[in-house]
Design a protein around this ligand. Structure first.
Ligand code: CUA
Length: 330
């Protein structure tokens, strides 16, 4: 029992270390608060039951079996084994059902489409809603990738889909997980309660780079959100120069779009405002021209399993010029 106590204390210490932008214990959204509330009630309930069962076990090992009255044993089975679990489980069921109308409350914020793709997140702001055919998500919207901005205090709708395998969209500080499933559109509502930058991950094993399939959620005021989406809708800031020519000549446009240039590939992330995003490689590296160059040069080293091929065969000066241009696209 001393060992149990020590293990319990260690677990508590571990849990207390779970703070930061990616923790279900450090909530920044209504949905995550509800999940955390349910978690604590179940932890306390489980602890009470555990102490009772362990206490009972200790008691019966210390007294002679004959000293325990048969009638007590039968009562324990009926009350402890049948009535008590039935009441507890029924209580939890009705409590959970009671939460559902609240969770279904209609969203009043923007609708954002997010597609989980091996191994990044396609994002489209202000889509019309209603499932569409373009890569399993509603057509249109303002394209972006791997970073999702949300207005604080509003219920935003995230429409989730996937063109390849099942992924799972999870920003632990904001809401529970929701799968992104090929062939259907799932709906997740998020109501952030405070501004800040939150980390998210793919929570369903989807292939080699599953662990590097992250994203950021940036929660800002309503005005900042509107300004951000307007800025993302605009064409690229720089559409001419050596970086642009090299980008087009080396075939980058087969997969990537940069609006304002002739690059209109749809396979990889839209790069029109890539430098406005905090990370490249889906939450992997901070966005700097140096990191962009490193990524282009050897994707397979930076992010093993990534679909984008390495361009290590290009002369260093060309990689640098492309990275400098992309690094200027805020
Ligand atoms: Cu996508 Cu794991």
């Amino acid at each position: 029992n001393v060992l149990h106590a020590i293990a319990g204390l260690l677990l508590l210490l571990l849990l207390s270390a779970c703070t930061g932008a990616q923790s279900a214990f450090d909530t920044g959204g209504v949905e995550a608060e509800r999940v955390l509330g349910m978690f604590w009630i179940m932890v306390v309930g489980a602890a009470v039951i555990w102490i009772f069962v362990i206490g009972l076990s200790c008691y019966v090992t210390r007294v002679s079996p004959r000293a325990v009255d048969d009638r007590i044993g039968i009562r324990l089975i009926i009350w402890g084994g049948c009535v008590f679990p039935t009441l507890v489980l029924a209580g939890l069921l009705f409590w959970g059902l009671g939460m559902m109308p609240e969770l279904r409350r209609p969203a009043d914020g923007p609708t954002i489409a997010v597609s989980g793709e091996r191994f990044w997140w396609r994002v489209a702001y202000d889509v019309e809603g209603g499932p569409g055919v373009v890569r399993n998500l509603p057509p249109g919207g303002v394209p972006s990738a791997n970073e999702i901005w949300l207005p604080v205090g509003q219920r935003s709708t995230i429409l989730l889909g996937s063109p390849d395998v099942i992924h799972s969209f999870w920003a632990p500080s904001l809401a529970g997980k929701m799968d992104a499933i090929p062939g259907r559109v799932n709906r997740l509502v998020m109501e952030p309660t405070r501004t800040g930058v939150y980390n998210g991950v793919c929570a369903e094993f989807c292939g080699e780079a599953h662990a590097q399939m992250g994203f950021r959620v940036v929660v800002v005021s309503e005005q900042e959100y509107a300004a951000y989406v307007r800025a993302q809708a605009a064409p690229a800031a720089v559409t001419q120069g050596p970086g642009v020519d090299l980008f087009l000549r080396n075939g980058c446009a087969a997969c990537h779009s940069v609006r304002g240039t002739t690059a209109d590939g749809q396979i990889g992330p839209d790069l029109t405002h890539v430098a406005s995003r905090r990370t490249i490689g889906a939450g992997l590296l901070p966005t700097t021209p140096e990191n962009i160059a490193a990524f282009i040069r050897s994707t397979d080293h930076v992010k093993p399993g990534v679909e984008m091929p390495s361009f290590g065969m290009l002369p260093e000066a060309e990689v640098t010029a492309i990275a400098q241009w992309l690094g200027s696209l805020e």
